[in-house]
Design a protein around this ligand. Structure first.
Ligand code: C2G
Length: 134
């Protein structure tokens, strides 16, 4: 039987933490689907637009050898529908989301993986900003 894994994210300014979560998610099953959040969803959630536009973020994620399928995530509120539509057996998220998706344990396994230490999109943006200002 095929184990279908799904994960979600913005994947802005793609970095090693993103590589790690996608490869580890892939290793938990046979098929990996990734929901990439829309620019508008990101603005609603974080109050800023991503640096990379959504089409580029989607293409970067799709180019990973461990990723089988990608789609745009339009809203956090549609998560249950996405899990059903993509026939997810396992939902994987980094542990910054610990507990936040436990409500879906009735339809799939929910796993939170440890985040990669010392790297984040926010820190990269901040580092670039401070170098430019120096
Ligand atoms: N991540 C990680 N280690 C890092 C940075 C990120 O493991 N150092 C993981 C996050 O935990 C997440 C994934 O990489 O599982 C994508 O991270 P973001 O792009 O920051 O995604 P986010 O904006 O949290 O969007 O429906 C849920 C949202 O779309 C998640």
């Amino acid at each position: 039987m095929t184990t279908r894994v799904i994960t979600f994210g913005t994947f802005d300014v793609f970095h090693i933490g993103h590589v790690n979560i996608l490869t580890r998610a892939h290793d938990l099953g046979d098929h990996l689907t990734v929901g990439v959040s829309l620019d508008a969803m990101n603005f609603a959630k974080k109050g800023r637009y991503p640096i990379y536009r959504q089409e580029h973020r989607l293409e970067i994620v799709a180019s990973m050898a461990c990723v089988d399928e990608v789609f745009f995530e339009e809203s956090l509120d549609l998560k249950r529908q996405y899990l059903i539509d993509h026939k997810a057996d396992v939902l994987v998220m980094g542990n910054d989301w610990e507990g936040r998706f436990d409500e879906f344990k009735d339809i799939c396994e929910v796993k939170y993986l440890p985040r990669t230490a010392d790297v984040s999109t926010t820190d990269i943006i901040q580092a670039i900003r401070s170098r430019v200002e120096d």
